[in-house]
Write a protein that binds this ligand. Structure first.
Ligand code: IPE
Ligand code: IPE
Ligand code: MG
Length: 250
């Protein structure tokens, strides 16, 4: 922790938790065993973000495209989401976590939708880590649903088209309540976005690791924070403009 603590921490970490299937396959297990084993690093990341005062964590659990997987895997995953939520919600609440789900929830099983609504309601007053779980989520879906809601406001006369600024648009997106992602972590060795947050990644630092998600341990999380702490975030400016405020250990 010492190495990362002296450098700035991300305000919002987004994680693509990839590699569960390969983890299971390497052990001769069914893919769902990999998804189950992915729960331990989820708990670790939530705990670490909370204890370090990182404001927001967004976890990519199931993409719009993942609906195209074999029905058996999709069904097992939906069952696992339901079970995990039932089991973990009391502990998350005790940790003062505020939980939200982002994604196209009308596609989810009705029981899961009900659990999600209950979890969001139960933790709505919590002031700790803002935890977003992206299920049935796609970055393009998010942008389209924002555009549709703004278009509806325009056609009702509540909004003028020239009032659609970046700020106004961002408020219509699923992550309106958290700052843009500062750090994206993707496990499993692929270096792609896979339709995760598109708008909110505009200036994120990208950390890729070959570690498979079920193996992602505290040392890996700390390595990602150290990577982030060593970036010089220029946001289009020059290095010298940043002065002593930002930069590698300066
Ligand atoms: C990520 O692991 C979890 C989901 C997409 C639901 P994968 O299931 O994609 O694992 P790999 O990439 O096949 O190893
Ligand atoms: C991305 O992983 C989605 C999640 C981790 C939930 P995938 O395994 O679905 O990504 P691709 O298809 O290999 O890009
Ligand atoms: Mg994958």
């Amino acid at each position: 922790m010492a190495a990362a603590a002296s450098n700035p921490l991300p305000r919002h970490i987004a994680i693509t938790m990839d590699g569960n299937g390969r983890w299971a396959k390497a052990r001769g297990l069914a893919r769902i065993a990999g998804h189950k084993a992915g729960l331990a690093p989820v708990r670790m990341c939530i705990r670490e973000c909370g204890s370090r005062g990182i404001g927001a964590l967004t976890l990519f659990a199931f993409s719009s495209e993942n609906w195209g997987r074999p029905a058996e895997e999709v069904g097992s995953l939906m069952g696992l989401f339901l079970e995990s939520l039932e089991r973990e919600i009391a502990e998350l609440h005790a940790q003062n976590v505020r939980m939200r789900f982002i994604g196209e929830r009308r596609h989810l099983p009705v029981r899961l939708q009900a659990r999600i609504a209950a979890a969001e309601e139960r933790t709505a007053g919590n002031s700790g880590l803002k935890l977003q779980v992206a299920v049935s989520y796609g970055g393009r879906w998010d942008i389209i649903q924002a555009a549709q809601s703004l278009a509806r406001e325009c056609s009702s006369g509540a909004l003028r088209p020239d009032e659609i600024t970046e700020e106004r648009f961002a408020k219509a997106l699923a992550l309106a309540h958290v700052p843009d992602a500062d750090l994206v972590i993707r496990t499993g060795g692929e270096q792609r976005i896979s339709n995760f947050l598109l708008w909110n990644l505009a200036y994120a630092e990208l950390y890729f690791t070959a570690t498979l998600w079920p193996d992602f341990a505290l040392a890996d999380f700390e390595a990602a924070l150290t990577f982030f702490g060593n970036r010089e975030r220029r946001f289009g400016h020059t290095s010298s403009q940043l002065g002593a405020v930002q930069g590698r250990g300066s």
